[in-house]
Design a protein around this ligand. Structure first.
Ligand SMILES: Cc1cc2nc3c(=O)[nH]c(=O)nc-3n(C[C@H](O)[C@H](O)[C@H](O)COP(=O)(O)OP(=O)(O)OC[C@H]3O[C@@H](n4cnc5c(N)ncnc54)[C@H](O)[C@@H]3O)c2cc1C
Length: 506
């Protein structure tokens, strides 16, 4: 066959590193509970979601502003392929399990790891919808942490639903024309109305999953302090959101299955949830989702590339038997593996922190921006390299690679650009020294590197933040791979600068 057929393999079966990693992190009972769910998702993602994702990307959602009688409706019309993917994603419990008391009691140490592992397999097929999944989890988490079941029980139940009929998805409206990174510059105002409630007025410039049922938004109470200090976090329920209009949905490079809107808020009723830190915690969760999306895009691209070059022949033998092609693939695989270990380490820390482990909470606060930055940045060159390994047939829209590459490019931008995250990691290290917890671990495997990272930190200035962060992430990847006994990949990463393009990230 001159042009190989695409792979037909469950993504769970095709993910030996994930299986090993979970076997190491979960106890027997938790693994017995998680594995069948992951096997089912691996199969559904490869055989059902992947073909639907290609359709949903082509048939992007449409904004319907008015009904036939001219009334404003601001509705989003989705293609049935998107609805079916939603049913599979939310129906798997990847969000719902985190809020289900029976599951939490039975598998406290497994819920975050399993939820994110399900998400990884799903996002290998479809990254666009993984963004709304992330925000649905995020809103449910913030409401659980700030007010809990007593105040927000009914909304949390809707967000945690595994049935589309009762599901409300989530969204977060922070970015305005005046600021994405600098959200403290934003201008949306919260005012008390005559009945003592609050309402929001302003414009929001990037609103993904714009028709969500439950939205967290930032706004400043009238006369409040400047900067993020004066911002507060508000809950808008779509069914009560008179005054919310969607001006447009954006034409995007990637993640086209999911609508990102521009929104006008005109005295929209809202309930106060907390100060700016409340939504900052949602951002931290989103950054972890972003890392999972990044390793998923890389994992899928590599799966496609390996399958192809094992079958495609050039100069009388399979491409993979040509030393340089093989080397290129092995480099990409090692990069993805390191990123996978980094990401799931942070997922485990999130679970531990949620169960009251202070040390894990400090380490997680530091590692979250680091891991988001390096995995998001890496997803683009890895997807590109895999496209090139396959060659011309991967540049054509019948291949999933063009979509993977377009989708990947958002990963270094949203949830904080790489520079913003490097500065955030430095802030976290200076504030509560979470990096020292990680350095202890790196020191066991790479004592020289650990010392160099600590020395560099004592004199670091802003301009060196990215180089330091990249070196830190690379050292931790190697330490994690060595701990897991994967010396071959560890040695490969040790020989390489972070990223596939030498020097591109420093
Ligand atoms: C597809 C898509 C969907 C999105 N969905 C949402 C959403 O649902 N909700 C939401 O709130 N937002 C959303 N965003 C917005 C996204 O979070 C912002 O685009 C992002 O945070 C960057 O902000 P900005 O675009 O305003 O860039 P700016 O903040 O204007 O930054 C421009 C450049 O300046 C750099 N920069 C800024 N400050 C510094 C500094 N101190 N040091 C060094 N460099 C600096 C940045 O790194 C960047 O390179 C979405 C964006 C995209 C592309």
């Amino acid at each position: 066959m001159p042009i190989p057929e695409p792979p037909d393999v469950s993504y769970w079966d095709a993910s030996p590193a994930l299986r090993e990693l979970l076997s190491a992190k979960l106890n027997r009972a938790d693994l017995d509970w998680a594995a069948p769910q992951l096997a089912a998702m691996g199969d559904a993602a490869a055989r059902t979601v992947a073909p639907l994702a290609a359709i949903a990307d082509r048939e992007s959602p449409r904004l319907v502003t008015h009904d036939p009688r001219g009334n404003r409706v601001d509705r989003i019309d989705y293609h049935p392929s998107y609805r079916e993917m939603q049913r599979l994603a939310y129906g798997s419990g990847m969000v719902g399990m985190k809020y289900d008391e029976t599951t939490l009691a039975a598998h406290p140490a497994a819920v975050q790891l399993t939820g994110f592992a399900l998400g990884y397999l799903f996002a290998m097929a479809e990254m666009g919808l993984y963004c709304p999944v992330c925000m649905t989890d995020g809103v449910a988490r913030i409401l659980t942490l700030h007010g809990g079941r007593e105040r927000f029980g009914a909304t949390i139940d809707r967000l945690a639903s595994t049935r589309l009929e009762s599901l409300w998805t989530g969204a977060m409206f922070l970015t305005e024309k005046t600021g994405g990174s600098d959200v403290g510059a934003n201008e949306t105002i919260a005012r008390r109305d005559a009945s003592g409630g609050w309402s929001l007025t302003g414009t929001k410039w990037f609103c993904s999953n714009v028709d969500a049922g439950a939205i967290l938004a930032t706004a400043r109470p009238e006369g409040g302090a400047a900067g993020t200090k004066g911002l507060r976090t508000w809950l808008i329920l779509r069914e009560q959101a008179q005054g919310l209009t969607i001006d447009r949905i954006k034409e995007k490079l990637g993640v086209r299955s999911m609508p990102t809107g521009e929104v006008m808020l005109d005295s929209v009723p809202a309930e106060e949830v907390g100060d700016f830190h409340s939504i900052a915690e949602m951002l931290n969760l989103s950054r972890l989702y972003n890392s999972v999306a990044a390793i998923a895009v890389m994992g899928r691209a590599i799966l496609e590339a390996r399958h192809y070059i094992e079958r495609r022949r050039a100069f009388g033998k399979p491409v993979i038997e040509h030393a340089l092609a093989r080397e290129t693939l092995l480099d990409a695989e090692a990069e993805q593996l390191g990123a996978l270990y980094l990401t799931f380490e942070t997922v485990e820390l999130l679970g531990k922190a949620d169960r009251g482990d202070e040390r894990a909470a400090r380490e997680r606060r530091f590692l979250t921006p680091v891991v988001k930055a390096v995995t998001g940045k890496l997803a683009v060159p890895v997807a590109s390299e895999c496209m090139e390994l396959i060659g011309g047939n991967a540049y054509i829209e019948e291949s999933p690679l063009p979509r993977l590459l377009r989708d990947a490019q958002v990963l270094p931008i949203w949830e904080g650009t790489t520079n913003i995250l490097a500065l955030d990691a430095l802030r976290a290290a200076k504030k509560d020294a979470g990096h020292l917890v990680t350095l202890e671990r790196i020191a066991k495997v790479l004592p020289g590197e650990a010392m160099a990272l600590e020395d560099a930190f004592s004199t670091i200035d802003e301009r060196q933040a990215r180089g330091w962060m990249d070196n830190f992430a690379r050292a931790l990847e190697i330490a994690l791979l060595r701990e897991a006994g994967d010396d071959v990949a560890a040695e490969r990463l040790q020989r390489r600068p972070l990223g596939l393009v030498p020097g591109a990230f420093v």
